[in-house]
Every structure is written in structure tokens, then in C-alpha cells.
Design a protein. Sequence first.
Length: 143
Amino acid sequence: MKIIKYEEKYRDDMIFMVLEAKNALGRVPRLNEDLLDIQKSYLEVGDMFWLAIDDNDRVIGSIGYNSIKDTDEVWLHRLYVKYNLKRQGIGSALLETAEQYLHQQGKKVVKIHLGGNGFEESRCFYPKHGYVEYQERYMKKEL
């Protein structure tokens, strides 16, 4: 597995992976609009989006962030791992990549929104990586 900066050639494979991941969680697989144009939603505004790619050049995970204007804080978005490859360290590697990059960029706080029902995995995953709940359905970590 390798983690790379988003490349447009992986767009459709990434979208398929996200929809598959949502379906496996029993959620209605609908697509968040930002995923339709990663360039515009992340890269062109100075933020970043990464993909985890397997040995067959297929997308097996994703993560991105958006800076919070006039602060040293960011919102983390779209941490997904291919549904049948969970608990193999892919999500942790993606999160670590993002956090290291953000630290190098001088960011101090990473925030996440957990969503509503169906996000039980996130509620277990993030605290293992040092995130604490600061408001219902919201967690953060100081870098």
C-alpha cells in the first residue's frame, strides 16, 4: 500500500470505494458533493486530499482536510477505508499522514464531525488516536 496526493485518474475508483464503504455500514450510499471535484474542493483552495492505493493501483482509502479560515485549525474529511480491508492499519496510516502534514504546515488543531447514527466505528477509531469529544458529535486533537 502507498499513500499519495490525490490524482484525477483515481476519481471514479475513489467514488466507488466511498459508496461501497457506506453501503457496507448499512447507510444509504449517497455521495458528498466535495468528492465530485477534489481539485476544486481541496487542492485549489490550498488544502490537501490523499488516497491509499493498493498493489493493483486501486483506491483502498481516502482522507482530506479543509482549513478553517483565519485560524490554525482544520476540519478533517472523508476518512474512508475499503470495507473489506478495515482493521489493517490503512485508516491509521492515512490519519497519520494527514496529521504529520498538518503539523508541518503549522496547524495546531484537527477537528472532525462524527455525523449521526451509523458512525460507531468513528466513535471508537478517533479516541484511539488521541481525539477527544468537545461537543456532541464533534471531536478534536491538538497537534
